[in-house]
Write a protein that binds this ligand. Structure first.
Ligand SMILES: [Fe+2]
Ligand SMILES: [Fe+2]
Length: 267
């Protein structure tokens, strides 16, 4: 089983010929499925790009939404659209509606894009230029406290969804992969080019702390299971061992130069 992991492709920043060139790479990678970790395009381009990825690969594509995939609409409508895409029955599967997928007999896949939820790092003093409220309809733009509450609510929702998905996957698989967009832990964010103080101010927008709490709790309660999170969003590559049985791989993607993040060969 060859699993191709893609994240943060941001295809809408490219010329058509560059998207075609990326699809050719996909077509020749020999993947038996692809995991797409969000930020494929924006709300009006997501579906078309997912179709092209799926057709190029000729195999099932499992996806979650990144924050950019909501740009130009609301969270509610972006999710409703993702659900519809998954229901078309054309080998495109939105993971929050897929109820767990078997990658092998022992490895199960669940997923949720999650949302930056303002919990980790220094929200009060943050000068991070957070543009999403001007692009996502149901994020408050002016009132900072209202924004914090809304992000916190979205983080809680994601955490609860992930908890439910994990619960049913635990009885079927000994290893569980969790495909996300926003990293759930501080340790899974890439900040090499930032001073520590600045990094602390960016973390509220780079992590989903509520999801991390749930994942860590489940991993601690089930030491006999292995957990692997695949995420992106911070555009830096890193691997973090959070618990003995919980690792997080964060994917990197260079804007304007989409690549297959990694191919996993599973027995
Ligand atoms: Fe991104
Ligand atoms: Fe992102």
């Amino acid at each position: 089983m060859r699993v191709a992991w893609l994240t943060d492709l941001h295809l809408d920043g490219l010329e058509e010929s560059e998207v075609d060139a990326f699809c050719e790479k996909l077509a020749s990678c020999g993947g038996d499925c692809a995991l797409v970790g969000g930020d494929v395009g924006e709300s009006d381009t997501l579906e078309g790009y997912l179709d092209r990825i799926q057709k190029a690969l000729g195999a099932p594509v499992y996806f979650v939404l990144g924050n950019h995939d909501h740009f130009g609409t609301s969270v509610k409508r972006a999710r409703a659209r993702a659900r519809e895409i998954g229901e078309r029955g054309e080998n495109l599967h939105w993971l929050p509606a897929a109820h767990g997928v078997a990658l092998t007999a022992s490895i199960g896949l669940v997923g949720h894009g999650a949302f930056m939820d303002g919990r980790i790092g220094n929200w009060e003093d943050s000068t991070y230029p957070f543009k999403d409220p001007s692009r996502i309809e149901d994020l408050p733009e002016e009132d900072r406290e209202a924004l914090r509450l809304r992000l916190s609510e979205l983080g809680e929702e994601a955490a609860e969804e992930i908890r439910c998905q994990l619960e049913s996957a635990l009885v079927r698989y000994s290893e569980i992969w969790i495909l996300m967009h926003v990293p759930p832990f501080r340790e899974a964010c890439w900040h090499d080019d930032l001073e520590p103080e600045q990094a602390d101010q960016w973390l509220p927008f780079f992590t989903c702390g509520a999801a991390g709490e749930v994942i860590r709790k489940v991993a601690r309660r089930h030491p006999d299971h292995a957990f692997r999170v695949l995420c992106g969003h911070t555009h830096g590559r890193r691997e973090a061992q959070i618990e003995p049985n919980l690792e997080v791989l964060t994917g990197a993607s260079e804007p304007g130069n989409p690549e297959i993040e990694r191919i996993f060969e599973l027995e």
